[in-house]
Ligand binder design. Structure first.
Ligand code: PHE
Length: 386
């Protein structure tokens, strides 16, 4: 090969390398990537679908206004199943294969806690929309996890809200049923028991079950025998549907109460009839931001009959969490997770579910709504501020 040809070829190779590096680089930095961990399959699929709808709508709205930092936002959704192992695998896939450094999720505390371990090792930012167990944002030693935040209140608060609600209704006795293996359910059961006892109530019985149980008759016999006025069942809607129906069959008269996990379009309103649960949001809230959100969601998504869908808590909080994250990116002027975490610490963001500012454990201070199930529908009962 002549020297000249060699020089030309070398130049071409160098030039193409530079070009492809720029091309690749431009592609890399062309979008801001957000990963969403959503339980699209598993025990509670309505949670995942709502998560995805809320998150996609938030991203769409920002992109229509030009994105963030002058770039389009790209949402990458991974199915995390509301369970520890699938959630960890989905988070690792988002981080290691998709190059995501900013994650919204998971919904369920049992999934968000192990994900929090990973993201804090890898310095990836995590905002859980709805995981309410305290150990999502703090580790076992009570140290705040620097890269994990949430968009919701925590279980000691919603446990207190329901205990006060029960006590204000004049109820003095409660029976608590809980899934021992579920961090959220166990934690909320404990929070309720503590608060109810402090308010002068008595927990007259307590029984645990596992997430695969389908026959609750042995426990429900004990509930009936205990004559408890309240049956506290802080589980997800799938279990509430089973327990509620079996309790009614057995003639259990205790008033069923629970937490945010009841919120689903698939909650069986017959099985849960007469019950009450704590929640993060309710569609009847007259604040303009809520009404605007209902309109936007209803325009974007229709139910099986073609009617505008009403967003549930999971859709709403996913929308809030994605908006909060993008607002923090904007505030930080960067999508670097460390800088975004810094920006989140003293952000003030008006979300649909209430104004978000963080305490030093990365928990927002927000109100809860108590929702009642009666006459085939769910209705707002009262709002409780911390
Ligand atoms: N709070 C639940 C958890 O931590 C998740 C949840 C929130 C489910 C709101 C439904 C509605 O596991």
């Amino acid at each position: 090969m002549s020297k000249k040809l060699f020089a030309v070829l070398s130049l071409l190779i160098v030039a193409s390398l530079v070009l492809s590096a720029c091309g690749g680089g431009a592609k890399e930095s062309g979008t801001v990537k957000i990963g969403l961990l959503a339980p699209l399959s598993g025990q509670v699929p309505t949670f995942g679908l709502s998560n995805r709808e809320g998150a996609e709508l938030a991203v769409k709205e920002w992109n229509e206004k030009g994105g963030v930092l002058g770039k389009k936002i790209e949402l990458i959704v991974a199915d995390s199943q509301c369970a520890p192992d699938p959630a960890v695998n989905a988070a690792n896939k988002l981080i290691d294969q998709d190059g995501v450094r900013l994650i919204v999720g998971e919904t369920c505390s049992s999934a968000s806690i192990p994900v929090a371990e990973i993201v804090n090792q890898k310095k990836v930012l995590q905002i859980s929309p709805t995981s309410t167990n305290p150990l999502v944002t703090v580790d076992d030693n009570g140290v705040t996890r620097p890269y994990t935040f949430r968009a919701c209140f925590i279980d000691p608060f919603q446990g207190l809200v329901m205990a006060k609600f029960a006590s204000n209704k004049g109820y003095k006795t409660a029976f608590v049923m809980f899934d021992q293996g579920n961090d959220y359910v166990r934690g909320l059961a404990e929070a309720f028991e503590k608060a109810f006892t402090e308010l002068g109530g008595t927990v007259v019985g307590k029984e645990s079950y596992t997430s695969t149980d389908t026959d609750f008759s042995a426990i429900l016999t004990k509930v009936a025998e205990s004559k408890a006025e309240v049956l506290f069942l802080p589980d997800y809607y799938n279990i509430v549907n089973l327990v509620g129906a079996q309790a009614k069959d057995k003639g259990v008269t205790a008033v069923m109460m629970g937490g945010d996990g009841w919120d689903s379009s698939d909650l069986d309103v017959k099985a849960a009839d007469g019950g009450f649960f704590a929640n993060h949001y309710y569609p009847g809230d007259t604040r303009p931001i809520v009404q605007q959100w209902l309109k936007a969601y209803g325009a974007a998504y229709k139910d099986a009959q073609g009617n505008p869908k009403v967003p549930d808590t999971l859709g709403t909080l996913a929308y809030d969490a994605v908006n909060l994250l993008i607002a923090a990116i904007e505030k930080a002027g960067s999508d670097d997770p460390t800088k975004v975490a810094e920006a989140l610490k003293n952000i003030k963001w008006e979300a649909v579910s209430g104004t978000i500012t963080f305490d030093d454990q990365h928990n927002p201070i927000k109100s809860a709504a108590v929702i009642g199930v009666a006459n085939g529908t769910k209705a707002f009962v009262e709002s409780v501020t911390p």
